[in-house]
Design a protein around this ligand. Sequence first.
Ligand code: PLP
Length: 281
Amino acid sequence: MEPCQVLCTNGSDDVLNFAFMAFCDEKTPAAFPDITYGFYSVFAEACGISYREIPLREDFSVKAEDYFGLSHTIFIANPNAPTGLTLSPFEVEEILIHNPDHVVVIDEAYVDFGADSCVPLVARYDNLLVTQTFSKSRSMAGARLGFAIGCPDLIRDLNVVKYTINPYCINSMTMAAGIGTLADGEYTRRNVRTVMENREFTKKELEKMGFFVTDSSANFLFARHASVSGGELYRRLKEEGNLVRHFSRERISDYCRITIGSKEEMEAFCASVKKILEVVG
Ligand SMILES: *Cc1c(COP(=O)(O)O)cnc(C)c1O
């Protein structure tokens, strides 16, 4: 990887925002899944760019063929949020091949928790931009450090936007912390391993209690239960001191997104869920 293929920014939200500014306009609107990271529509609206929402399939998967020949700038979170589901790099490659004249942005905020990165495809596809962040697997959300990897032309375009609006977007303390965490890969790998183990533990426990849980490759689970609505589960868990996320959007209003914590936290969470099911079930 050459420096001209990388741009570091104030969190990956910053570079995603730059990508909306640099690669979308009236003739090239944005396209992204109907259920995905909430900031894509926020960035599009802030930039005055129209966007098309491509419905996830019934099982919440992103199907590559739904993105073929769209004539849009495509944004896909992989793993997707809040479902945790992934596309393989092979499927992403199909999307790239079928959109040769349009930029495809793959947002890999959660990639370290069990998905395969599309970064190796950058060498072969000049329409691919991959974004990653230090906020999730590296536990540095407050430091604000993210980056994009793409061909030199795409990175040059993003730099034009950066130097126009915010040339010094990363402070030197964050740079030092970022270099520090890169030097201690074992620490990150251990944390990621723990999160993945606790995720699989929690998934099994929830399934034993009758939940349907998507096959998540992220640091959260996405789950629903036939006898309690997502909203009610969210409210009752909050009363018990467990904060999960509920989305009111109709397609996913039966679900809650459960962020994975320590083993003790997940055991306490499962005990709360069991108690709630005894009351409402
Ligand atoms: C958290 C997140 C981001 C951005 O995080 P930053 O803290 O700005 O790096 C981008 N995309 C997705 C899908 C995320 O979950």
